[in-house]
Design a protein around this ligand. Structure first.
Ligand code: NAD
Length: 252
């Protein structure tokens, strides 16, 4: 269901999208919300209701209580495995097929863009399905368990942790530099389902605007407005993105 004000902004965006040469899409937890994955804004439920993500996703938390942190990530991994890509993810796959060049940058660690069929996804915050050693930071694919039942690195015996970027950690260099380069070269930049609170991803839309790109922000926090070159769309990505693609390429 598309609101009348969103519909009017989508009509303005159609010619811009059809002419765009290099589109960059930055996504956050909101694009996976319609797949049933909670964002960090949603309160944790059940067992996890007493914690905040910032307390669990840190090196300090892992050092203090590796069992707790390991269990929290195992719970998130189970949610992801049970989830499926939604219409928002699929619309970005279609968009990739229509525009000359698209770079998809995600802060999500769920791998749903890849499962939908997007290619070359730049994962700024890693992926829940991968693991690495807490001590030597190298990928781990097989492990043994210690007396506490925790997975240990086969090389050095260090504890095995998820290969995701925790609060206070650096982003992967290649992904970040490629995302920055694409952003400053883009003529159309989408920010989808991200609250823009986590740096450095939060700065990307501003860099795109500074370089003269059109920027479209879609989440549930903004009010719908069109103040070119900045457009804001309030609503669910799983409705808005497919509608935009349908209007831009009605015969496809
Ligand atoms: P966030 O939780 O801070 O913000 C979510 C944003 O999505 C909000 O702006 C909200 O209005 C919007 N939103 C919610 N439902 C939406 C929908 N259906 N359509 C469009 N927008 C919607 O998330 P963030 O900005 O990505 O940043 C927080 C961190 O959370 C990131 O580092 C990310 O790695 C991590 N995270 C990832 C996942 C995942 O991989 N699925 C889930 C939770 C958190």
């Amino acid at each position: 269901m598309i609101d009348a004000d969103v519909s009017a902004v989508l009509d303005q965006l159609v010619p811009i999208l059809r002419q765009a040469q290099h589109v960059v899409v930055l996504t956050g937890a909101g694009i996976s919300a319609e797949s049933g994955l909670p964002t960090f804004r949603d309160p944790l439920t059940g067992l996890w209701a007493q914690y905040r993500p910032e307390e669990l996703g840190t090196p300090q938390a892992f050092r203090t209580n590796p069992q707790l942190v390991t269990e929290w990530f195992a719970w998130r991994r189970e949610l992801v495995q049970a989830a499926a890509p939604n219409a928002g993810h699929l619309a970005l796959v279609a968009l990739e097929q229509h525009v000359p060049h698209l770079t998809l940058v995600t802060q999500n660690v769920d791998g749903l863009h890849q499962r939908a069929g997007s290619t070359g996804v730049l994962e700024l915050h890693g992926n829940l399905a991968r693991f690495k050693c807490f001590e030597d930071n190298q990928p781990v694919t097989e492990w043994s368990t210690n007396a506490d039942g925790l997975a240990c690195c086969p090389r050095c015996g260090g504890l095995v942790r998820p290969d995701v970027v925790w609060f206070g950690e650096n982003l992967p260099k290649h992904e970040l530099s490629t995302a920055l380069a694409a952003t400053v070269q883009s003529d159309l930049f989408f920010s989808i389902g991200t609250s823009g609170n986590v740096e450095p991803a939060a700065s990307l839309p501003g860099y795109a605007l500074d370089r003269g790109a059109t920027v479209v922000v879609n989440n549930l926090d903004v009010l719908t407005s069109a103040t070119p070159p900045l457009y804001r769309l309030h609503g669910q990505a799983g409705s808005i993105l497919p509608e935009l693609v349908r209007r831009a390429w009605p015969d496809a």
